[in-house]
Design a protein around this ligand. Structure first.
Ligand SMILES: [Zn+2]
Ligand SMILES: [Zn+2]
Ligand SMILES: [Zn+2]
Length: 255
């Protein structure tokens, strides 16, 4: 399988609008982070998307994605679902609804905020999706792949991470309970969110993400959902353990 990082930034993205800091004015392309999302090209040829944020359209065009078979939503914060209207392009070329997977909390928010996607409609041109509610206890099949949902907390909001074979993708967590950590045993490639060095009330900071990596012991780990407060890419990545990589937009990983 191949994992492509489409966006690796926190909700505001980097550069932040009107921010005078050196990260937001860096000329290193690795210091530019669109909102967090990643594309998994599975061995069966299927394309599985993790989250569909406000930069979805730009990300699909940049990577020349011609088909999309399933979307695994971690939670319904806008930086993870605001691209939903643009599934229309795939509805048209694929002549079918998009398959959308998320937990009950995200389902409720998406069906409220994007009610027109799910309501019967008489006019063509609206986005169309099949909603699959994932409770988080049982593995499920998406795009022909077995997916193990991993329940995590994002302050008070239950969210889902996803494991597909040797890959686990978790973002916006700030707590993973021990029984859910067990589901990460044997993961070779772990993607985990790390907002910045300083502690934060609803996202893992750098040291907390490194603690999760220490507990899981993957072969390689990739940090995502970074804020400009992480510092310059070159400086921040220089102090990481050798098996931990600060992800950046466009980074491609063989799993
Ligand atoms: Zn987020
Ligand atoms: Zn800045
Ligand atoms: Zn969030």
């Amino acid at each position: 399988m191949k994992l492509k990082f489409l966006g690796t930034g926190t909700s505001q993205g980097v550069p932040v609008i009107a921010c005078p800091c050196k990260v937001c004015h860096s000329t290193d392309p690795r210091d530019r982070h669109l909102r967090t999302s990643a594309l998994l090209q599975a061995d069966n040829g299927m394309n599985i998307l993790f989250d569909i944020g406000p930069d979805f359209r730009e990300q699909m065009l940049r990577e020349h994605v011609t088909h999309l078979d399933a979307i695994l939503v971690t939670h319904a914060h806008r930086d993870h679902v605001a691209g939903l209207d643009d599934i229309r392009a795939f509805n048209w070329v694929q002549h079918r609804k998009m398959e959308l997977y998320c937990n009950p909390e995200a389902r409720q928010a998406i069906e409220r905020d994007y009610h027109y996607i799910f309501a019967p409609h008489e006019f063509p041109g609206l986005p169309e999706a099949n909603m699959h509610e994932i409770l988080g206890n049982e593995p499920f099949i998406a795009a022909g792949c077995q997916v193990i949902p991993i329940k995590a907390m994002h302050k008070d909001l239950p969210i889902l991470g996803y494991r597909i074979g040797p890959l686990a993708y978790i973002t916006d967590a700030n707590r993973i309970d021990p029984n859910e950590m067990l589901k990460l045993q044997g993961v070779e490639v772990l993607v985990i969110n790390a907002l910045r060095p300083a502690k934060h009330f609803s996202h893992f900071c750098l040291s907390e993400a490194l603690d999760v990596i220490d507990a899981v012991q993957p072969r390689r780990a990739y940090l995502t959902h970074m804020s400009h407060e992480m510092g310059l890419y070159a400086d921040a990545s220089a102090i990481l353990p050798p098996h931990v990589t600060l992800s950046y937009d466009g980074l491609e990983v063989e799993v």
